[in-house]
Design a protein around this ligand. Structure first.
Ligand code: GLC
Length: 486
């Protein structure tokens, strides 16, 4: 190591979290979870621990209706519409991706939901399905207070969304209103879920011990199955359940400053430059929306100190969001001998003059940032596993950082193993596309319950056709389900 490299190593050592720091984080997070769960402390607790209306995983076929469902997935850079066909415990799906432009993210809620309704129309029209009334599951990946399986009030936007007129509102109602404004499609929103819940439910179809859902993507969050006595905010009218999925919203861990001992000056800068300063502190140290930005801040400082790039930066390096999180995954995939991706990344951001030693240093910084992220997630996962005290649990994971970073899974698994109580065994599994598929599954369970209610009470089905021409598809699902159960 030359003199500059030694200095860079020293300057960035604060990014390495020692085991005692991680243990401290575990115990702070456990306190935050408990504060969120208790009625008295919840109003001021940053980690909200929202009880959902999902109380079981659909691990047996007779719990859901087979057939076709629509799923919407809103929560990151893109918006997706999925058509999902459930046959046995197999899911087949078709997906279309629609981008959410910055104007939509910063505009009115009405415009956002009109766009969503338009995408649903385009999706159905392309498949000649416009005339069917479809049951739908909505994955809406923002903090929401659930008021029913198909009713959820947004508490606060995260991940850079700022649409007006949505916070405090029931987002299913806003979606229905947008659909009614068009008057050319009909869907029945059977369920609204967070992406963590979707991921868990979807994985549980094949993995019977799956009780935790984790997302490490644009944002970071986890849900898990909690025993009902611990969830003081749970609606006590419902007496026949003993467990419920809790959406932790752990991205907000640290919003009361408890994580400050582990944050660096670069974390503070990224927070200040973000759309929501002071909020989602844990998420800002871990997730895809911010990791590239932390690396950029570090590289800017090192350039100013003349420790990299001969002291000469580039416009893109100086521009917020100029260093994508995907670059970290690419750079860390390189072998030291060729630096194939690193070279290309440097060229893309105007740093063609970077030397071999610069490549080494950029890689070191990327790896310190991603390792810290993985270790923070390990602290969170192990805290949840320790809290649940199940002998064996599968953790379902989705999200771009987890999926595309070459070592994230391994780092996460190894550190979780060190941090979890020795008697607790676990498995960490990719639940690919779980969030959208899970919403459809929850909708399928809700549809089944609706049908059973209809049969026992004689009430109208929630998805019964009202005024559209044709209802063949739903009727088929209905009949099939009746044959199976009765
Ligand atoms: C943010 C959202 C949360 C979501 C997570 C992952 O933290 O607040 O609801 O689950 O991102 O998408």
């Amino acid at each position: 190591m030359d003199h500059c490299q030694k200095e860079i190593d020293l300057l960035t050592r604060c990014l390495i979290l020692a085991d005692d720091q991680l243990q401290q984080i575990q115990s702070l997070l456990m306190n935050s979870f408990n504060d969120g769960l208790k009625r008295e402390t919840n109003p001021v607790a940053p980690v909200k621990m929202f009880p959902t209306f999902v109380r079981e995983v659909p691990d047996e076929k007779n719990k859901y209706v087979e057939g076709k469902f629509l799923a919407l997935d809103l929560g990151g850079t893109n918006f997706r519409v999925l058509l999902i066909e459930l046959v046995g415990d197999e899911l087949h799906h078709e997906t279309e991706i629609y981008t959410i432009a910055d104007e939509l993210r910063n505009g009115t809620g009405e415009k956002l939901f009109d766009y969503i309704a338009e995408c649903i129309f385009l999706f159905l029209d392309k498949r000649n399905l416009v005339e069917f009334r479809m049951p739908l599951g909505f994955t809406f990946s923002f903090p929401c207070k659930q008021e029913g399986l198909n009713s959820a009030r947004l508490t606060t936007w995260t991940k850079g969304f700022k649409c007006t007129g949505v916070e405090g509102e029931d987002v299913v109602k806003l979606l229905r209103e947008a659909i009614d404004r068009r008057n050319d499609i009909e869907v029945e929103v059977m369920a609204i879920v967070n992406d963590t819940t979707g991921t868990m439910v979807s994985c549980a179809l094949q993995n019977k011990e799956c009780r935790v859902g984790l997302i490490v993507g644009t944002g970071t969050n986890a849900c898990y199955m909690e025993t009902i006595e611990n969830v003081e905010l749970y609606n006590e009218d419902i007496t026949d359940v003993n467990q419920v999925v809790v959406n932790t919203e752990l991205g907000a861990f640290g919003d009361n400053n408890v994580l400050n001992f582990a944050r660096t000056r670069w974390d503070h800068t990224v927070d200040q430059l973000s759309a929501e300063p002071g909020k989602q502190i844990f998420e800002k140290m871990v997730s895809g929306m911010y990791l590239g930005e932390i690396v950029r801040c570090i590289l800017c400082e090192l350039t100013q100190r003349r420790l990299v790039f001969g002291g000469k930066g580039s416009v893109q390096l100086m521009t917020p969001k100029g260093f994508k999180t995907a670059y970290i995954s690419a750079i860390e995939s390189d072998s030291k001998d060729d630096y194939l991706y690193t070279r290309q990344v440097m060229a893309e951001i105007g740093l063609r003059h970077a030397t071999q030693s610069d490549y080494d240093m950029v890689k070191l910084i990327c790896s310190r940032i991603s390792t810290r992220a993985a270790h923070l997630v390990s602290a969170a996962v192990s805290t949840i596993l320790n809290k649940m005290q199940r002998p064996y649990t599968t953790v379902a994971v989705d999200g771009s950082v987890y999926k595309f970073h070459p070592h994230f899974h391994q780092l996460l698994e190894e550190k979780t193993l060190q941090l979890v109580k020795p008697e607790i065994k676990f498995d960490i599994k990719l639940s690919e596309d779980g969030s959208g598929r899970g919403a459809a599954l929850v909708a399928a369970v809700a549809t089944k319950q609706d049908i059973q209610r209809k049969i026992s009470t004689g009430n109208r089905l929630a998805f019964e056709p009202v005024n559209r021409k044709n209802s063949r598809m739903e009727l088929k699902q209905f009949l099939k389900s009746c044959n199976e159960t009765f």
